[in-house]
Design a protein around this ligand. Structure first.
Ligand code: NAP
Length: 304
């Protein structure tokens, strides 16, 4: 008789192929998981297992270490192994879009899938990052993204693209795309321009950012990876920031990022990416189970 795997176990593709044997003795059965590489750090199992328990759903959620060459086959195993669905994280979100049978408009436009649901043996893809950010901004700042003039730092990355697409879909009053590699932000702006009705779309290299650019901004979003390490330099100095600003850092490390410290020093309101993580997870839960997510239990699990 096999010992049940510990809650923080990481399963491999080979184990997914032999799921009944790999998870023998697991109760409730593991029918959800997050695919990533690396994945050992993921907070999603804590958040989703708390949600499943709070709702009395007889299923569990695990980490799956899936390498790039294994993604499509791993997704195809989900119906066979009786999964409800899965989350997809770094570096697979773009490849997952190509692998699913259907995808919603937002995931196609953001070119990324972070949530898969098994419906009648087919794989349907969604991206909850942008809608999760909308809920996070409302929860942290009591403001609607659609009413804000947004400056997005890191418009060249995957998270930056998802957020930029969401801002355009919300018809944000103003959207300034800022990136270290200017060409990437420019290409994204050209692509989004035909969809941008109310939004005034501008592009700026990060090195040329001046205080005047921030006068017509309500919300700064950091979607770069700068700040993941506590020794990173602040992305923007406090001298550029003002008390009228809201500063949202998508990074959700336990340390306060240098950008959030700079925001606090400038008297601006600031929040980190934990709320985006929470709300994108809650939206995944809603997709899998077609019911509201137990947000308090999920938040508590993330904070413990
Ligand atoms: P990515 O695709 O690798 O993009 C990284 C971005 O950071 C690019 O725009 C890159 O600019 C920029 N960058 C990197 N180093 C820089 C530097 N030294 N100076 C200025 N810009 C720099 O990464 P990603 O997957 O989009 O993730 C980005 C961040 O979003 C991560 O910190 C992640 O934790 C966060 N995130 C949070 C959530 C959440 O739920 N809270 C969800 C998704 C992502 P170039 O284009 O010039 O390279």
């Amino acid at each position: 008789m096999l010992e049940p795997a510990p809650m923080n176990a990481v399963y491999s593709f080979a184990e997914l192929q032999n799921w009944p044997a790999a998870t023998m003795g697991e109760t409730p059965a593991i029918r959800l998981g997050v695919f990533g590489d690396p994945v050992a750090h993921s907070k999603s199992p804590a958040m989703h297992n708390a949600a499943l328990q709070a709702c009395g759903i007889d299923a569990r959620y695990c980490r799956l270490h899936i390498r790039a060459g294994e993604l499509e086959a791993a997704l195809r195993l989900l119906p066979e192994q009786d999964f409800i669905g899965a989350n997809i994280t770094i570096p697979h979100k773009a490849a997952a879009l190509a692998a699913v049978d259907e995808a919603d408009d937002y995931s196609r436009q953001s070119r990324a899938v972070n949530t898969v649901v098994v419906r009648d043996k087919t794989l349907v893809g969604f991206n909850t990052d942008g809608p999760g950010l909308v809920r996070a901004i409302r929860a942290d700042f009591g403001a609607d993204l659609r009413d804000l003039r947004v400056m997005l730092l890191g418009a060249g990355g995957g998270a930056g693209r998802a957020i930029a697409v969401q801002c355009v879909r919300e018809n944000c009053e103003r959207l300034v795309l800022v990136n270290r590699t200017f060409e990437k932000a420019k290409t994204l702006a050209e692509e989004l321009a035909p969809f941008s009705r109310a939004a005034r779309l501008e592009v700026l290299p990060i090195a040329q950012l001046l205080k005047t650019h921030l006068e017509n901004t309500d919300l700064i979003i950091n979607a770069t990876s700068v700040g993941m390490n506590p020794d990173d330099p602040p992305l923007l100095p406090a001298s550029l920031l003002s008390p009228h600003l809201m500063v949202y850092d998508t990074i959700y490390t336990t340390h306060r990022t240098p950008l959030l410290n700079a925001a606090e020093e400038a008297g601006a309101r600031a929040a980190n990416g934990l709320s985006m993580l929470l709300h994108q997870g809650a939206l995944s839960f809603e997709i899998w189970f077609n019911r509201d997510a137990p947000i308090d239990a999920m938040r508590e699990a993330l904070l413990s």
